[in-house]
Write a protein that binds this ligand. Structure first.
Ligand code: FES
Length: 165
């Protein structure tokens, strides 16, 4: 017996659709739920694909343009899939004073990223600027996934980032 199969894209689409619908089922149709709904969608999917933003807007009765506006305004929301490793560069006062900017620039160079770009083109890193990771005495601090690196300088960045593929 021959089993009829669907193209891969249909499976991906329906799987994404199911996850979106499941998240949306937990929220009442109220525009006040926009941010928590987007947060829940991102938590479940890992980022906010166009389909999720449109579906959230429709469910909550807000214009799609407004939902997009919110998703692009807040740094917590990501419109593209995250990289394999999360990099947190601290720009708190202690780290700033101890040279966080030069560490940041060195990281951009090593990762082949431009300022303002969230994820490297090879999908290896997603960059997050943060304010104080609570280890000021070892400033400047870089955290990659769950590992914290202290007293970083620009020349350390290549060595440290090479551990993450
Ligand atoms: S300011 Fe960077 S760890 Fe506190």
């Amino acid at each position: 017996m021959r089993v009829k199969t669907e193209p891969e894209s249909v499976h991906i689409g329906s799987s994404l659709q199911k996850r979106i619908l499941k998240v949306l089922s937990g929220f009442e149709s109220n525009s006040a739920n926009l941010i928590p709904t987007l947060q829940a969608l991102q938590y479940t999917i890992g980022y906010l694909p166009k389909e999720a933003i449109v579906a959230a807007a429709e469910k909550l009765g807000v214009p799609v343009s407004h939902a997009y506006g919110v998703a692009t305004f807040y740094h917590q929301f990501r419109l593209k899939p995250a990289g394999r490793h999360q990099v947190y560069l601290c720009f708190g006062t202690a780290c700033h004073v101890k040279g966080a900017s030069s560490v940041f620039n060195a990281f951009l160079k090593v990762a082949g990223m431009s300022e303002g770009e969230a994820t490297s083109k090879d999908g290896r890193f997603t960059l997050n600027k943060v304010r104080c990771l609570g280890a000021c005495s070892m400033a400047p601090i870089v955290k990659i996934d769950s590992n914290i690196y202290g007293r970083m300088n620009p020349s350390d960045i290549r060595k440290v980032s090479s551990k993450y593929r």
